[in-house]
Design a protein around this ligand. Structure first.
Ligand code: HSE
Length: 297
């Protein structure tokens, strides 16, 4: 038995929700082929499009699959082929796509012994290997689709949120690598109460806006007073891109995950395309290679 899947890219944090909010992109992602094999154990048999380790314990898809099989309790054989389209260190959940894609497909091949929510901790093992931190804000939307909220990490409590019909994401990926572990090291451990109040007000506002499909409220809530000021200095032209996107009708704009990708959220596909064109003009002047995607959520 074999399965070919699309493993989606994801945008984590969504400005105000560091490590708790994320959403899944419809049209950007990797392909994977996962097969049951008669030889017990997990084997990575093919990797196209990236230089990644074939050793199971060093590969995020391998580690996530092993975590699933350990819980499943049967010694079965799995072969994994990975066709990477999402670049490592791009900030749109490259490692999460591989981890989540692998466990989703293996679960399907085993006739779904686990619910999608139960797959999240397995995929988080891949994230732990990739960044040193088992964050769930990329793997959760990759597995559940749409917008997700990690209400709690201990115990893990992940909620799939409502996704308004008309939301589109423009994502620019400057081709400089920012490792999640590096961009986590610039963050401070302590937050003032004043900033915390500001931030959790926005998280609540964003969730309320998603449920009521209040696009203006979604826009007002896409604000990050804690992480963005520290991380944005690692991203060329961040301020110009953000100002331009907002001036041209984006609901909000911020760092995608740990960067360097920048996302702009729009109401309607056409608005997202217009913003992509404006951002392209800005990046054309930098000499930095980049790619831009527009995707429905
Ligand atoms: N929440 C994580 C971070 C996402 O910002 O470090 C990494 O993609």
């Amino acid at each position: 038995k074999s399965l070919k899947i699309f493993a989606p890219a994801t945008v984590a944090n969504l400005s105000c929700g560091f490590d708790v909010l994320g959403c899944c992109l419809d049209t950007v992602g990797d392909e994977m082929v996962i097969s049951l094999s008669s030889t017990p154990g997990v084997k990575i048999t093919k990797i196209v499009g990236a230089t990644l380790p074939f050793e199971t314990h060093k590969n995020v898809a391998g580690v996530a699959t092993e975590a699933l099989l350990k819980e499943y309790g049967k010694n079965i054989g799995i072969e994994i082929e990975i066709y990477k389209k999402i670049k490592a260190g791009s900030g749109i959940g490259s490692s999460a796509a591989s981890s989540a894609g692998a466990v989703w497909a293996v679960n399907h091949l085993l006739d779904s012994p686990f619910t999608p929510n139960q797959l999240i901790p397995f995929a988080m093992e891949g994230e732990k290997l990739a960044s040193g931190n088992a964050h769930a804000d990329n793997v959760a939307p990759a597995l559940l689709g749409g917008f997700t909220l990690v209400r709690s990490y201990s115990p893990l409590d992940v909620i799939k949120l409502h996704t308004p019909k008309d939301l589109f994401m423009t994502v620019i990926h400057p081709q400089i690598e920012v490792k999640t572990s590096d961009s986590r090291s610039v963050i401070k451990n302590k937050v003032s109460l004043q900033k915390a109040i500001h931030q959790w007000g926005n998280v609540g506002g964003l969730v309320a806006g998603l449920y009521t499909e209040d696009y203006q409220l979604i826009g007002r809530s896409l604000e990050d007073v804690i992480i963005e000021p520290l991380r944005s200095i690692l991203i060329p032209e961040f301020d110009t891109v953000k100002t331009t996107a907002l001036k041209n009708g984006a609901l909000g704009c911020g760092i995608s995950g740990s960067g360097p990708s920048i996302f702009a959220l729009s109401r309607g596909n056409q608005n997202a395309i217009v913003i992509a064109e404006h951002i392209k003009k800005i990046y054309d002047t930098t000499g930095i290679d980049f790619d831009i995607h527009v995707s429905k959520i």
